[in-house]
Design a protein around this ligand. Sequence first.
Ligand SMILES: Cc1ncc(COP(=O)(O)O)c(C=O)c1O
Length: 259
Amino acid sequence: MIELRSDNAAGVAPEILAAIEAANTGSALAYGGDELTAHVQEVVRSVFEHPTARAFPVTSGTAANSLALSAATPPWGAVLCHETAHIITAEGGATSLLSGGAVMQAVGGAHALIEPARLRVVLESVRWGDPHESQPSVLSLTLPSDHGTLYRPDEVAALTAIAREFGLRVHLDGARIANAVAALGCTPADLTRCGLTWQARVSRSWETIGTARPRLNLRSQSRAQKGRAVTRRRRGRRRPRGPRRGCICMPRPSPSAIR
Ligand SMILES: Cc1ncc(COP(=O)(O)O)c(C=O)c1O
């Protein structure tokens, strides 16, 4: 029988338990200063072919999503995602809580996938610079989607290009990205090199990955809008903290996966 529920529900494999026991010797620096975490970073850089990616192990997919998004959006930002996305339907508001109030904004689309044309319409209808409207700051893609459908690498690239045109960062919830890699017959880097990503999972599979864009990309906005955005930012904005370039938050790294 195959266990298809979350790894929060499944028992841990004996190999993982054995690896944890093997790692539990002597002492090691805390806060990511230990050798195992350094090795995780090298593995992540190699798998995602990203020489400056940084890995931040965390305890669950919800934590990874929430922390990654909190680093990518200001509190007045909006995270655009498909209406079926886990971050909007199943994380109990954790993503908004950790990002200081940013809203998850649903975008429709057949087969649980965001269509590039629809994304453009949504972005073109935003009242950019209007302090009454949450300003889209991140596009979040789920791959495979919550219904098991897939974006091809060129579709990820097309969506990322539109998002960046409007100054958004791109976040990829890859809770099951290994399944996508297997189904698409591509490499993990094929799915992430086109754009900017924010985190990843190792135990169930890779969670999500991300990189950074300039601190506040306002190239697509007019000077007046830019001025208003910067003013708002100075007035009330907490600058996104934490992971910036090539950041990867990984729920539950298993020692066996990093040996
Ligand atoms: C697509 C997706 N993202 C995130 C999560 C959250 O992971 P966790 O249950 O470890 O918090 C899940 C959980 O099933 C998921 O399916």
